[in-house]
Design a protein around this ligand. Sequence first.
Ligand SMILES: C[S@@+](CC[C@H](N)C(=O)[O-])C[C@H]1O[C@@H](n2cnc3c(N)ncnc32)[C@H](O)[C@@H]1O
Length: 281
Amino acid sequence: MESMVAEHDAIALEPLLEKVYRDGGYDFREYKRGTVTRRLERRLHATGVRTYWAYMKFLDAHPEEYQRLTDDLTIKVSGFFRSPYTSQQVAKLVLPELVSHKRKQRERSLRFWSTACARGEEPYSIAMMLAEFLGHRLPDFDISIHATDISRQALKEAWAGVYSTKDIEGLPSAILGGYFTGSGEGYEVTADIRQMVSFSYFDLASTTKPPFLNLDCIFCCNVLIYLQKTLQERVLGMLYDSLTTPGYLILGEVETPPESLREKLECLDSKAKIYKKNGKG
Ligand SMILES: C[S@@+](CC[C@H](N)C(=O)[O-])C[C@H]1O[C@@H](n2cnc3c(N)ncnc32)[C@H](O)[C@@H]1O
């Protein structure tokens, strides 16, 4: 796509992001510039305006554009059991240790957070992993999987829990047969799995105060890559505060914790990006 944004207009990027934050409530000020500008271009094409300045005027006249921009600025590529190796290592390293700890503490609660849940594939995969791992012991636990995102469109689809043939492609037949109903028209996640997951809007960039506390395990996968370093640090600091001890943090395959947290987190698997808060720091 040919760039519509002249170089002189590029200085309008900061005021535009400031406006989107101030008037629209969406904070992309500390996102990596490459993705933001590429995605903004799409909105310029879609709305037929040629410059960032004109786009600011367009936003004033069409406030519904803030949400469309947010939906376009966010990349929602995901998948059930997206990283097979990570899923395998969570089942091998995290779940046995966590469940055994809970048993010793005589605690029934298992609290998870999928921090950028997109269309729900990740939190539902967590629920399926728990169902697979716990088997007949599943009713012994109170499971809550909080699933949050800033794309309201993605949250709506996640909540519906219905997926296309392409979405479920490659899933083992035991998972497909055990946790989905339906056929080519649409595959719906079963009620048993859905009732473990609750979806809500939460912007990771909006605060350093955790919305949930005493969590056992947090998935923050494939969202940090879009954020600048300072924001990555703030987000991960907040996630660290949300975890109980022991608590587990799972990142995306190409993501790592910042220097400031490396000493406080034990790395359980550097390839699967599984970290553990032991409460030393
Ligand atoms: C590439 S998807 C990752 C989905 C899933 N975690 C995975 O690994 O497959 C990135 C998601 O991050 C969400 N996102 C981007 N910025 C966010 C923010 N500040 N707070 C919460 N979610 C955000 C996007 O809307 C999108 O759904």
